[in-house]
Design a protein around this ligand. Structure first.
Ligand code: G
Ligand code: G
Ligand code: NA
Length: 253
């Protein structure tokens, strides 16, 4: 873990970097959008993954600052891609802690509009296991963002314990199946059952389905046979910097 001092200083000094991972449609592999994934750029240039700093950020009241920076970088990247003829949806991760401020809605919508990005090009991703613990404020904020046109994804689905009832309370538009179930599905009956029932549930709730963590042709084929619409995973592409994403899109268009 990075120390609190390192994190505080780094947040003030441009250490936040953002990578983007393609989400593609099945079966044609067309770019449907990207997920923004935060990285820490250490002074020596090394890239540090979220697991090494997000807990420090979240536990010390710094998540709003991190979320704001990631969001600004992500919409700037999206605006740059639009100039180059690539108009895609950008998904950003939100910790539940950052869904507790009523000024968040205006901040996100205004920041996106300033860069010329419509709210319907945004998707907020929230992790299933966390969002179901919280109730009123996040629900109201997510609902307001949905009304403005933003998409809402429930992330790491299968790792929490949502009932259909809870799922219906928040106006989600997308369900992202946790990669553990995708990875296990070809060989493990329980993972396969979890995958199939998640897909059935998403269809019932009229959510678009994203399979995360597809790494092999075998997983891709299985996912395709189960009628999943969107895939994100190393089989297609790893997270990459904004300029590489543009090159990737051109090479894979
Ligand atoms: O990029 P990587 O797969 O290492 O990300 C690990 C986890 O970190 C992801 O599952 C995601 O939940 C979380 N994460 C990545 N970027 C962000 C971000 O910008 N904000 C928040 N809150 N979480 C993020
Ligand atoms: O929880 P979240 O959906 O935000 O997870 C995204 C994380 O998953 C990122 O850290 C990303 O690097 C990672 N990831 C994306 N695709 C794959 C994959 O195919 N395999 C593995 N092992 N990790 C992946
Ligand atoms: Na995510």
């Amino acid at each position: 873990l990075l120390t609190l001092d390192t994190v505080r200083n780094g947040l003030q000094n441009g250490c936040i970097d953002v990578f983007f991972q393609p989400k593609v449609t099945v079966p044609d592999r067309r770019l449907a959008g990207v997920e923004a994934l935060v990285r820490w750029r250490a002074e020596d240039g090394r890239l540090i993954p979220p697991i090494a700093f997000l807990p420090v950020v979240e536990e010390n009241g710094l998540i709003d600052e991190l979320t704001a920076q990631v969001f600004q970088i992500a919409v700037s990247a999206a605006a740059g891609w639009v100039k180059d003829g690539l108009n895609i949806k950008v998904a950003v991760n939100f910790s539940v802690e950052s869904l507790n401020r009523f000024d968040l809605v205006d901040f996100l919508i205004d920041t996106a509009r300033e860069k010329g990005i419509d709210p319907d090009k945004l998707i907020l991703e929230v992790t299933e296991s966390r969002i179901m613990e919280e109730v009123t404020t996040p629900l109201e904020i997510l609902t307001r963002l949905r009304i403005k046109g933003a998409g809402l994804a429930i992330d790491d689905f299968g790792t929490g314990a949502s009932s259909m009832q809870q799922l219906k309370r928040i106006p989600f538009t997308e369900l992202k199946i946790d990669r553990a179930f995708v990875a296990g599905a070809p060989t493990d009956d329980e993972a396969r059952a979890m995958l199939e029932s998640s897909i059935a549930l998403a269809k019932k709730l009229d959510l678009s389905i994203v399979a995360e963590g597809v790494e092999t042709q075998e997983e891709w084929d299985l996912i395709e046979s189960l009628g999943v619409e969107i895939v994100q995973g190393y089989f297609i592409a790893k997270p990459m910097p904004a300029d590489e994403l543009l090159a990737w899109a051109r090479a894979n268009g």
